[in-house]
Design a protein around this ligand. Structure first.
Ligand SMILES: NC(=O)c1ccc[n+]([C@@H]2O[C@H](COP(=O)([O-])OP(=O)(O)OC[C@H]3O[C@@H](n4cnc5c(N)ncnc54)[C@H](OP(=O)(O)O)[C@@H]3O)[C@@H](O)[C@H]2O)c1
Length: 333
């Protein structure tokens, strides 16, 4: 038989348990909502333009993986004729087949381009200039990150050589075609880290010491300088020039930082903290297609919004000097 006192004690204990469960559920709900909000914030801006790209010709460097491939997929969906400019052509053809099967766009082309070789860049541009009478968008996307010290075919430190000099030469050799196709666009994929760097003309090629992070950051600052200088030079040409930060994106660039088992371990965190390649491609796509930029000279973008560049990137003296030095290095003048 249950004593009256016992009933009261059991009743209190039930209430206590219910309260605890409710508190746990509420706390979990709040945590989940906060995490969802954080993820939404990390995903960043989305290109809302539904602009069709029929009859437009686009070149994307490094289009066989990551942000470049996602950009190619989106532009193919918009019916653009996309030229996938790839160092690894076999991987490029695989990417092209995948994009074709998803979009039914039969106008995709893969072309060989090694940005670490001036010879390859010149050959690529010669072919493009011969085969095409129009180029609407050039997307300088390819890049290497955090590589151990190495040199390009032409003897330049690889980050500086591939990320900056390669694209510098490529853009200059396609400039007449871009001007002739105006209104046209040049889109240069840089990074937020450009703001934490500076150009050391005494160690441009890392002869006096090498740090892979410094080398990468400097190459991304050089990307912003290139865009700013081009914008000034092309002011009345109808060519819009944008540089951009895609944000932190879960691509091969990040994957290569980890061994296989560490990557499997950290994958959930990377998935949560970083954008997917398609999310990371949104600002590139925005700069390539958005009608908002039709009458603009361009600028620096992040999350599909124009932002100010870092302080060092505003130094016009360094910008001009870098252009001159780069011209000399690639043998343009
Ligand atoms: N992921 C991020 O968090 C992040 C953040 C800020 C900026 N970015 C920038 O985003 C761009 C795309 O990177 P991602 O994240 O998409 O990395 P990814 O998946 O590694 O793509 C890099 C692309 O560049 C190509 N590439 C490398 N060296 C080349 C060369 N010598 N010639 C021609 N192509 C070359 C690669 O081709 P192969 O397959 O032949 O190597 C690959 O297609 C880079 O410019 C990077 O600096 C990325």
């Amino acid at each position: 038989m249950i004593e009256p006192n016992e009933t009261i004690i059991n009743g209190n204990s039930d209430n206590y348990q219910n309260d605890t469960t409710a508190t746990i559920v509420a706390t979990m709900g709040i945590c989940f909502a906060l995490l969802a909000l954080l993820k939404y914030y990390l995903v960043g801006g989305v290109c809302k333009s539904n602009c069709d790209m029929t009859n437009k010709i686009v070149i994307i460097t490094g289009a066989n993986s990551g942000i470049g491939k996602a950009t190619a997929l989106d532009l193919a969906r918009r019916n653009a004729r996309v030229i996938l400019a790839c160092r690894d052509v076999t991987k490029g053809k695989r990417a092209m087949e995948e994009i074709k099967s998803k979009t039914r766009n039969g106008q995709l082309i893969v072309k060989s381009l090694d940005l670490g070789s001036f010879k390859s860049i010149r050959r690529f541009c010669k072919e493009i200039n011969k085969e095409f009478t129009q180029l609407d968008v050039l997307i300088n996307n390819a890049g290497i990150f955090f590589h151990p010290f190495s040199k390009t075919e032409d003897g330049f430190e690889s980050h500086f050589g591939v990320n900056h000099l390669g694209h510098f030469l490529l853009t200059n050799l396609l400039l007449d075609l871009l001007k002739q196709s105006a209104p046209s666009r040049i889109v240069i994929v840089s990074s937020l880290v450009h703001a934490f760097s500076s150009i050391d003309f005494n160690n441009l090629n890392s002869e006096k010491g090498y740090n892979r992070m410094t080398a990468y950051n400097r190459s991304k600052l050089a990307n912003v300088y290139l865009a700013n200088e081009l914008r000034e030079r092309l002011q009345d040409s109808g060519v819009t020039v944008c540089s951009l930060n895609p944000g932190g994106v879960n691509t091969m660039i990040v994957r290569r930082l980890f061994t296989d088992w560490v990557y499997r371990l950290v994958w959930p965190f990377l998935w949560f903290l970083l954008k997917s390649p398609m999310q990371g491609a949104q600002t590139s796509i925005y700069c390539a297609v958005s009608k908002d930029l039709d009458k603009s000279h361009g600028g620096y973008f992040s999350d599909c919004i124009m932002k100010p560049v870092g302080k060092t990137a505003q130094d016009n003296g360094v910008r001009k000097k870098l252009w001159e030095v780069s011209e000399r290095f690639v043998g343009l003048n």
